[in-house]
Design a protein around this ligand. Structure first.
Ligand code: FAD
Length: 456
């Protein structure tokens, strides 16, 4: 017998319930990945993620080959390709991780309908993409938690499976042949500082970081220059690492750093259960606040300055340039640039979210849209009117300006915390810098936001 494992956002061999189940159920397994043009049509195949995905698929194929198997790549609409593969290899089952986005649910439904009548069973596995499946814990009277802290309390009480080992061997049908693997080198426009993708790189990174960074994570995760977070988000986004395994290993490690890290991984599950219950929140306000956000046409220059890292607020500009260079940004920096765009410049959160999705290697519809909504005050933040002052944030989380000097070349020669306020420098020094004046006075931005929200 033959079973197909359709890989989606779960590009790994360790702790992979669909693969484990398929290996148990059948003599041979077809590990399949479909490059669906729908992803392109939806605008989700930005160069950074495309390049990282290519690494993930090559690494998955290499790991399968070491176990006697290989990865089958097909190009085309996913349902058509799965039907064609099941027919070609006479498979009787298709195993897939349960999805959480509207796109993934729709894919699941279409697969079920597409396979119906062919005698091929679709087996859907929970808690592959998240540690706890969306909907597994709910408050009484609702289908999801709208506030993080009570969710975290309940989530922490769930017993997770013991992470599954990677299989020793994977037997695939003879002569299996598909399309060539995508090649990272052929992806145009990826950020120069993009990390290497794939399960092997992700596992190496986690092992190294859990020896050095995990213990001090609680104290240092907000230190912009220290760059002390795990940087595992792209691996989690593509499922190259299992959230169940990360939580398990962190808990084994123990201590305040591990606790704080597990809490952050829970934020990821939290957003997944919100979006699974409210798929429209990827584009519409989760909580209506009657904002009259400025749109693209009302704020062309401000938006361009923000995107290009030329707002005249050094910490904002540093972060936006890091995003362009690495396809990644520190969480504290994401918070403050998103607050700057939505609350100081009063620009629609969707404009910022789209720019992030164009560049972030971990960019995903769940965490990106819901974090943007959180910052914009239309989401799950219980203090929706708070505004992060970029100067206060800069002095607190980049006290001696190292982060700014790392990314804003024009300010490299300005010492210490003075770098955060170039407009206060002596006139001759200020004039010698090729650095813009602030696009807005912070007090004006705050007044506009408060006035607008007052109409709530
Ligand atoms: P660590 O601090 O090491 O945390 C470990 C893991 O926990 C992360 O890899 C991530 O999977 C998860 N995590 C941490 N914080 C959050 C959070 N607030 N929400 C959800 N999961 C979290 N994260 C994404 O994965 N994709 C996105 O598209 C994304 N967009 C964001 C947009 C905005 C405006 C903001 C404020 C945050 C966004 N985040 C997003 C969340 C967070 O910034 C990143 O997950 C984090 O910076 C990744 O770095 P790390 O792996 O070093 O995190």
């Amino acid at each position: 017998t033959v079973a197909v494992v359709l890989f989606t956002s779960d590009l790994r061999l360790h702790d992979h319930p669909p693969l484990r189940a398929a290996l148990r159920a059948a003599d041979e397994v077809v590990p399949l990945f479909v490059l669906d043009p729908g992803i392109h049509a939806a605008g989700f195949d930005a160069p950074n993620r495309k390049a990282f995905l290519a690494d993930c698929l090559n690494d998955l194929d290499a790991s399968l080959r070491r176990r006697g198997g290989r990865l089958l790549i097909r190009n085309g609409p996913v349902v058509r390709e799965v039907r064609s593969v099941t027919a070609e290899y006479r498979a009787t089952e298709v195993h897939i991780a349960a999805g959480v986005t509207a796109y993934a649910h729709h894919r699941e439904e279409r697969l079920r309908a597409g396979l119906g009548g062919s005698g091929v069973a679709l087996r859907v596995h929970d808690a592959v993409i998240t540690a706890v499946a969306p909907g597994a814990v709910t408050p009484s009277g609702s289908d999801h938690f709208a506030v993080f802290t009570p969710y975290f309390r309940r989530w922490s009480q769930e017993s997770l499976r013991k992470p599954l080992a990677a299989p020793r061997t994977v037997r695939v049908p003879d002569g299996m042949r598909g399309e060539p693997l995508p090649d990272r080198a052929k992806v145009a426009g990826a950020s120069p500082g993009l990390p290497a993708g794939g399960e092997s790189s992700g596992r190496d990174r986690f092992s190294r970081w859990s020896r050095s960074g995990l213990s001090c994570y609680a104290d240092r995760h907000d230190d912009l220059a220290g760059d002390a977070t795990s940087r595992l988000s792209p691996y989690l986004h593509f499922g190259a690492l299992s959230p169940v395994e990360l939580v398990d290993r962190a808990r084994e490690h123990g201590g305040p750093g591990a606790d704080a890290f597990v809490r952050q991984v829970c934020w990821r599950d939290f957003h997944h259960q919100v979006l699974a219950a409210r798929p429209e929140a990827s584009t519409e306000d989760y909580r209506t606040r009657h904002d009259r956000w400025r749109k693209e046409d009302d704020a062309v220059e401000d938006i361009a300055a923000w995107r290009d890292g030329r707002t005249g607020y050094p910490v904002v500009d540093a972060a936006m340039r890091q995003l362009r260079h690495e396809g990644w940004m520190h969480n504290r920096a994401r918070l403050l640039v998103a607050s700057f765009l939505t609350k100081t410049l009063y620009v629609d959160w969707r404009i910022g979210a789209r720019h992030f999705l164009d560049l972030l290697v971990d960019g995903d519809i769940v965490n990106n849209q819901l974090n943007w909504q959180w910052v914009a005050g239309t989401g799950t933040d219980t203090r929706p009117h708070r505004v992060l002052n970029p100067l206060v944030q800069a002095k607190r989380f980049d006290p001696d300006g190292t982060y700014v000097r790392r990314w804003v070349a024009e300010l490299r020669d300005v010492d210490g915390a003075r770098v955060h306020e170039p407009w206060r420098l002596p006139a001759d020094q200020r004039d010698a810098l090729d650095y813009p004046e602030p696009v807005i006075d912070l007090a004006d931005g705050l007044a506009r936001f408060q006035h607008a929200r007052g109409r709530d």
